[in-house]
Design a protein around this ligand. Structure first.
Ligand code: 2PG
Ligand code: MG
Length: 430
C-alpha cells in the first residue's frame, strides 16, 4: 500500500483554447501522478457532466467550480491506497452521489481518477501501459488506429453532416507503417481538395476542414486520396466513419443540412447501407441517434456481419448500456472515453463488458484535447484494441500517436494488433 498524500487541481487550457482541469496526485513516498481532463463537443446526453461555471467570463467555460471540488476529493481520498484504483474510484462515486457526476463534475473526477492511475504506475516503477496490463490482467498490444482525414459535423462548423471521415490501415505490418501510410493519404487528400478549391483549413481534430457539397463528395475524395497515396482502397487501407447522428437527428428524424433533406430512421439506414455498398467502409460509429434503439437494432441486423458498428453517444462508456445493447443486438463495438464515464474503473468495467460479449472496444480521445497521453497507454495496456485520437496534425493528436511509437520501442513492432479488430468484417473475409 502506498498512501495518497495530496490531490491538487490547477486550471490549464485545451486544444480549443478552453479552460480545463489538471490534477496532480502526490503519494506519501513522494511519487507523483498527473492527468488532464479532455472535453467533447458532440456529447451524449447520458455522459458524465463536464462542469463549467457558466456566466459571461471565458464564455461560460471556466472550471473554478470543478477545481473547488478537487479539494473535497483531496479530503476524502487522502490516506487511501493509490494502488487500489477500485477503492479510490468507489470513494469518488460515493462522494459525488449522482448518476452523472453532477456534484463533483466529470472533469474533476476523470482527471483525479486518471492521476491516481498514473501515480500507481510510477509507484510500481513501470510505464502506465504496463501497470494497466498488470492491474487488469490483460495482454498488452499496440492498437489499430482510426485516423481522421476530414472533419465535419460539430468539429467543422457543420460543413458536412458526417463528423469524422477516417481511415484505418488493418493491412499494415506495424504501428509505424500505419503512421507512414496515413501521412501519404492525409496529404494526398489535402492536395486534391486544394486543387479543386474545396479546402477551407483544418478542423478541430486536425483533419482537413472541407468545403464539400455532399457527404458523398467527401467519400469520393477520400477514396481518391487513398489511391493517390498508392494504395488500393479496401486492401491495406479502409474507411471508417463517425456519423455522430445525434448531432443532426432526434426522435427518428434526421436533418441533412447540406442537402436540406429530412430522413426518417429507415431512410437514413438505407442511405448508409448504400454507402457501405459503394465505398470500402469497415467501421461506422453512431449511425443513428442516441435515442434511436430501434434504428440501431435494424442497422445492426442488416449490417452487423459486414462492418464494425460502434456506439459512442449511444453507449457513453456505460457498462449497463453496453449490456443492454448486447442483449438487444444493437451495435457490436463500443467507444471507450474515460471522461464519459468519469472514472477509470467504470471505463474498465465497460471495456470488460464489451470484451465478454465479443465486441470491439475503441479507446478514444475527445475533440478538445491536451498533451495528456493516458489513452495511448490505456489502449495498449488493455490490449487487442483500437485507438481513435483525431487526425494526423496538431500536437494534442500527434503526442498520442508518438507515445505509441515510444511504447512500440519497448514492446516490439510485433506487438501490433494489425487487422485483428476487424476480423468480423468484410475486410477480413475478402
Ligand atoms: C466523437 C468525438 C471524437 P467529441 O464523437 O467520437 O471525434 O467527438 O469529443 O466532440 O464527442
Ligand atoms: Mg463519436
Amino acid at each position: 500500500m502506498t498512501a495518497i498524500k495530496s490531490i491538487n487541481g490547477r486550471r490549464v487550457w485545451d486544444s480549443r483554447g478552453n479552460p480545463t482541469v489538471e490534477v496532480d496526485v502526490v503519494l506519501e513516498n513522494g511519487v507523483r501522478g498527473r492527468a488532464i481532463a479532455p472535453a467533447g463537443a458532440s456529447r451524449g446526453t447520458r455522459e458524465a457532466i463536464d462542469m463549467r461555471d457558466g456566466g459571461a467570463k471565458l464564455r461560460g467555460m471556466d472550471v473554478s467550480r470543478a477545481l473547488a471540488n478537487i479539494a473535497k476529493l483531496n479530503a476524502t481520498l487522502g490516506g487511501m491506497d493509490a494502488t487500489d484504483q477500485e477503492a479510490a474510484d468507489s470513494a469518488i462515486l460515493a462522494l459525488d452521489g449522482s448518476a452523472l457526476k453532477e456534484n463533483l463534475g466529470g472533469n474533476a473526477t476523470v482527471a483525479t481518477s486518471l492521476a491516481i492511475l498514473h501515480a500507481a504506475a510510477a509507484d510500481a516503477g513501470v510505464p502506465l501501459w504496463r501497470h494497466v496490463a498488470d492491474h487488469y490482467g490483460t495482454e498488452p498490444s499496440l492498437p489499430l488506429p482510426e485516423i481522421q482525414i476530414f472533419g465535419g459535423g460539430a468539429h467543422a462548423g457543420r460543413r458536412v453532416d458526417v463528423q469524422d471521415f477516417m481511415i484505418m490501415v488493418p493491412g499494415a505490418n506495424s504501428f509505424d507503417e500505419v503512421m507512414e501510410i496515413t501521412n501519404e493519404v492525409y496529404f494526398a487528400a489535402g492536395d486534391i481538395m486544394k486543387s479543386r478549391g474545396k479546402l477551407a483549413g483544418v478542423a478541430d481534430e486536425g483533419g482537413w476542414w472541407p468545403m464539400f457539397d455532399s457527404n458523398e463528395e467527401a467519400l469520393e475524395t477520400l477514396v481518391q486520396a487513398i489511391e493517390k497515396a498508392g494504395e488500393k482502397p479496401g486492401e491495406r487501407v479502409v474507411i471508417s466513419l463517425d456519423i455522430a447522428a445525434s448531432e443532426f437527428g432526434k426522435n427518428g428524424e434526421y436533418r441533412l443540412a447540406l442537402e436540406d433533406r429530412v430522413l426518417d430512421s429507415s431512410a437514413l439506414i438505407d442511405m448508409l447501407g448504400g454507402w457501405l455498398k459503394s465505398y470500402p467502409i469497415a467501421s461506422i460509429e453512431d449511425p443513428l441517434g442516441e435515442d434511436d434503439t430501434e434504428g440501431m437494432q435494424e442497422f445492426t441486423r442488416r449490417f452487423g456481419q459486414k462492418v464494425q458498428i460502434i456506439g459512442d453517444d449511444y453507449l457513453v462508456t456505460n457498462a449497463r448500456l453496453v449490456k443492454d445493447a448486447v442483449a438487444a443486438n444493437a451495435c457490436n463495438a463500443v467507444l471507450i472515453k474515460v471522461n464519459q464515464a468519469g472514472t477509470v474503473s467504470e471505463s474498465i468495467e465497460t471495456f470488460k463488458a464489451a470484451r465478454k460479449a465479443g465486441w470491439g472496444a475503441i479507446v478514444s480521445a475527445r475533440s478538445g484535447e491536451t498533451e495528456d497521453v493516458s489513452i495511448s497507454h490505456l489502449a495498449t495496456g488493455l490490449g487487442g484494441g483500437q485507438l481513435k485520437v483525431g487526425s494526423f496534425t496538431r500536437s494534442e493528436r500527434m503526442v498520442k500517436w508518438n507515445e505509441c511509437l515510444r511504447i512500440q520501442d519497448e514492446l516490439g513492432t510485433g506487438a501490433f494488433v494489425s487487422g485483428a479488430p476487424l476480423a468480423n468484417t468484410w475486410w477480413a473475409r475478402q
